[in-house]
Ligand binder design. Sequence first.
Ligand code: FDA
Length: 438
Amino acid sequence: MGTGTPVIHDVVGIGFGPSNLSLATALEEHSANVPEHPLTAAFFERQPSFGWHRNMLLPSTTMQVSFLKDLATFRNPSSRFSFVSYLHASDRLANFANTHTFFPTRQEFHQYLEWVEANFTDHVSYNSEVTGIALPPDATPGPDQYLQIEVRDRGGSGTRLVNARNVTVSTGLVPHMPVGVDSDDRVWHSSEFLDRFRQMDPHALKRVAVVGAGQSAAEIARFLYDSLHHAQVFAIVPSYGYSIADSTPFANKVFDPDAVDDYYFGTNRTRDAFWQYHKNTNYSVVDDDVIRDLHRRVYDEDVSGSRRMHFLNLSRVSDVKRAGNETRVSLESLLDTDSQDLDVDILVCATGYDSMDPSGLLGDLDRYCLRDTSGRHQVGRDYRLVTVPPLSCGIYLQGGTEHTHGLTSSLLSNIAVRSGEIADSIAQRRAVDEPGAA
Ligand code: FDA
């Protein structure tokens, strides 16, 4: 390439969580199979280093997905990037087998992800936030078209433009706070939990509250109870009690790679059935062992006659007032018209996430991306946004496709297969543009 010719990557990946890390492994394996036509990639991540939900790496928390659903195995069972390869390299394969579990701790899975990431340090820039995607001025549709990706250096050295024929938007879930509640140094979303908790003097935390009915809420309630032996812990749940996550074998099939086809090519009735019958595999539900753990603590308190774990069920947060270190939470009962105020030292909102929405990054380009009658993006089976001229580059989504590809959209279950499908789509489209480059 001569001086002045812009470098154009085959793919720029936005975000470097498990989805784009899995894509990196798929691209690497593709290029190893077709060394004469490697796919070039660059990834940009806004965190200072690799991290997967670091603020929820609580002691003893386990994965909610089998270790076989790692970054690569379902795409390529002999991949060197599998969890089994990691165990082997860490000299723990035999001892892991002795644990008789499919569900490693989140700490161990994080180490596995870091072990894979160490192979791609040359391809990823940290502290690098993508702030927009655009077509260069005078862009025309066709094989020569490329996108300009604006990357802001969070270290303070300004912004730069990076060029690519395709982008994969893999920016993850967006924390959701209760309506009208803002986070600050005493009111936290669960995604900030450990960072914030470590900054507090634990002895100063005498009354703490967690709101939410899902896995993170239950895990944080258990953690606070176990870590703050002197504290009163209030679990505010809108339901009657925590509900169990259905991980039984027939229901779990909704996370199989085949289920994506059934969902994608199904009718609206098919898709409704998935949500109606199987939402309880993932949303607002808690693993059986965590529920039993918490219940054990409550029962032990019944026996001992001293109470510091308080369940405020059928309750919703209607208001939060903050003054200095004081936090007053107003609660509305769903049982009757009663309301009560609760004074706490910290309030943790484990109130879930909104799904990924690429619109902000797309900016002006969004008008070339087709939407369905409900206003949602149209997405091809290959996870590529359906676009119209002048936009002909590929914009792929890893996340934000619940309406088209189903329940696995924001989960780990299908990322190995999904990233393989995206890598294949990019390679096949390039082969059409440049015959011979499959
Ligand atoms: P993820 O959110 O992990 O990564 C996105 C990355 O993009 C982040 O690192 C972010 O910093 C970066 N980013 C965002 N915007 C950017 C920008 N503009 N520029 C540059 N970088 C940007 N699922 C499952 O199947 N089994 C499980 O056990 C769990 N466990 C689990 C625990 C907890 C606590 C949570 C919150 C979630 C789960 N999940 C899960 C679901 C979860 O979505 C999944 O595990 C992965 O994190 C999905 O990986 P992604 O890479 O898509 O998103």
